[in-house]
Design a protein around this ligand. Structure first.
Ligand code: AMP
Ligand code: MG
Length: 322
C-alpha cells in the first residue's frame, strides 16, 4: 500500500534520498524525483510505463535554480515569461546545461522547466533543496490525477503521496519553447495563448520548430484516456443512449436525464475554468463506475482554457471515433 499524508518534512527527505513522491501542483498531481539522480529518474519512467522519448518537466522553487538547468546565455524572453507567469502553470523549454541527465530530456538538447504556484509543491521543492523532475502522477496515456486518490489508483509502487486535496486548475501546464526560431506553444494548457502573446511574440503553431527529428513532445495523438471507450458528442446531446452509457455535459443546466445512463456535468453554469477543474475527476468517476461501459462527452467552446480541454478530449478519445 502506498503511504499517503501531509508530512512535508518526510516528503522532502524522501526526495533527497532518491525516492518517488507524488505531490499536488495547481494543475495536476506530479510524480516527483530528484532531477539530477538518473537512477531515480529511470524509476519514474518505469513506474509510469512512460516511453523514454517523452521528456519530463523539471520543477523549481526559485529563479536562481534556472542557471543549473538552462545553458547560458539565457534568452531574455525566458525571464520575461518567468516574470509574467511564475510561479504558475507555464513550462518553458530552453537549451539545457550539459549535466542535466539525458534521461530527463529524452536526449534532447533542451530541458522543460516550471515553477509551480501550489504552496505545497513550492515548499516540497524548497525543503528538498533539489530540482524536482515531475511528470503527471499517472500511468502513461491514462487519465491525469487531480486528487491523491487518483494517484493511488494508478501507481502502486511509489514511496509517498503528499495529499493536498483537489488541484485548483485541473489541466496540465502550457508548454512553450523559447529558441532562435521564436516562442512556440507545444502544448495548450492553463495559461492561454493570448496571455503569452501579451508578453512575447508567439510564432504560429503551424510554423516548424526544431524537434530534433523526434516525435514532437506533447503531440502524441492518443493520451489522457480513460480505460473505457470515450466519444465526443459531435451533434449535440442525444435523446437516447445505450443502457450502461455515461454522459458528461459541460453545463448542469442542460443535463439530460436519460434512463439507465449515468449523467454528470463539468460545471454548474457553463464556466470554462470550472470545466477544466472537474474534467479529469469526472472522467475518473466514470472510469470507476462499474455500471458504465462507455462514455459520451459534450465538446466545449475552444476559447481560453477551452482549447486545452479540447486538446485533452481529442487525445483521450483518439481511439474511439464515431
Ligand atoms: P507531463 O509531465 O506528463 O505533463 O508532460 C510533460 C510535457 O512536456 C510533455 O508533453 C513533454 O513532451 C513536454 N516536454 C518536456 N520536455 C520537453 C522538451 N525538452 N521539449 C519539448 N517538450 C518537452
Ligand atoms: Mg502527463
Amino acid at each position: 500500500m502506498v503511504c499517503t499524508g501531509k508530512d512535508m518534512a518526510l516528503a522532502a527527505q524522501l526526495i533527497r534520498e532518491g525516492k518517488l513522491v507524488a505531490f499536488p501542483t495547481e494543475t495536476v498531481y506530479g510524480l516527483g524525483a530528484d532531477a539530477f539522480n538518473a537512477a531515480t529518474v529511470a524509476r519514474v519512467f518505469e513506474t509510469k510505463e512512460r516511453p523514454s522519448f517523452d521528456p519530463l518537466i523539471v520543477h523549481i522553487s526559485s529563479i536562481d535554480q534556472l542557471d543549473e538547468l538552462f545553458l547560458g546565455p539565457i534568452d531574455p524572453r525566458v525571464y520575461k515569461l518567468a516574470e509574467a507567469f511564475w510561479p504558475g502553470p507555464l513550462t518553458i523549454v530552453h537549451n539545457k546545461q550539459p549535466h542535466v541527465p539525458d534521461l530527463v530530456t529524452s536526449g534532447l538538447s533542451t530541458v522543460a522547466v516550471r515553477m509551480p504556484s501550489h504552496p505545497m509543491a513550492l515548499e516540497l521543492i524548497r525543503q528538498s533543496g533539489k530540482a524536482v523532475a515531475a511528470p503527471s502522477a499517472n500511468k502513461f496515456g491514462c487519465l491525469s490525477p487531480t486528487k491523491a486518490e487518483h494517484v493511488i489508483k494508478q501507481l502502486k509502487t511509489i514511496d509517498y503521496v503528499l495529499d493536498g486535496g483537489a488541484t485548483t486548475i485541473g489541466v496540465e501546464s502550457t508548454v512553450v519553447s523559447v529558441s532562435e526560431a521564436g516562442v512556440k506553444i507545444l502544448r495548450h494548457g492553463a495559461i492561454i495563448r493570448e496571455a503569452i502573446a501579451n508578453v512575447v511574440d508567439v510564432i504560429d503553431e503551424k510554423d516548424k520548430v526544431d524537434t530534433q527529428g523526434l516525435p514532437a513532445p506533447g503531440m502524441i495523438k492518443s493520451h489522457y484516456s480513460p480505460l473505457k471507450p470515450l466519444y465526443i458528442l459531435k451533434e449535440g446531446i442525444p435523446e437516447t443512449l445505450p443502457a450502461g452509457s455515461g454522459i458528461i455535459v459541460n453545463d448542469a443546466r442542460v443535463m439530460p436525464h436519460l434512463p439507465e445512463v449515468k449523467n454528470m456535468a463539468l460545471s454548474q453554469d457553463g464556466d470554462l475554468n470550472e470545466m477544466a477543474v472537474n474534467l479529469f475527476a469526472t472522467l475518473h468517476a466514470m472510469e470507476d463506475d462499474e455500471q458504465v461501459r462507455e462514455i459520451y462527452i459534450q465538446p466545449v467552446e475552444e476559447k481560453g482554457i477551452g482549447r486545452a480541454i479540447m486538446d485533452r478530449l481529442r487525445k483521450a478519445s483518439y481511439n474511439y471515433q464515431k
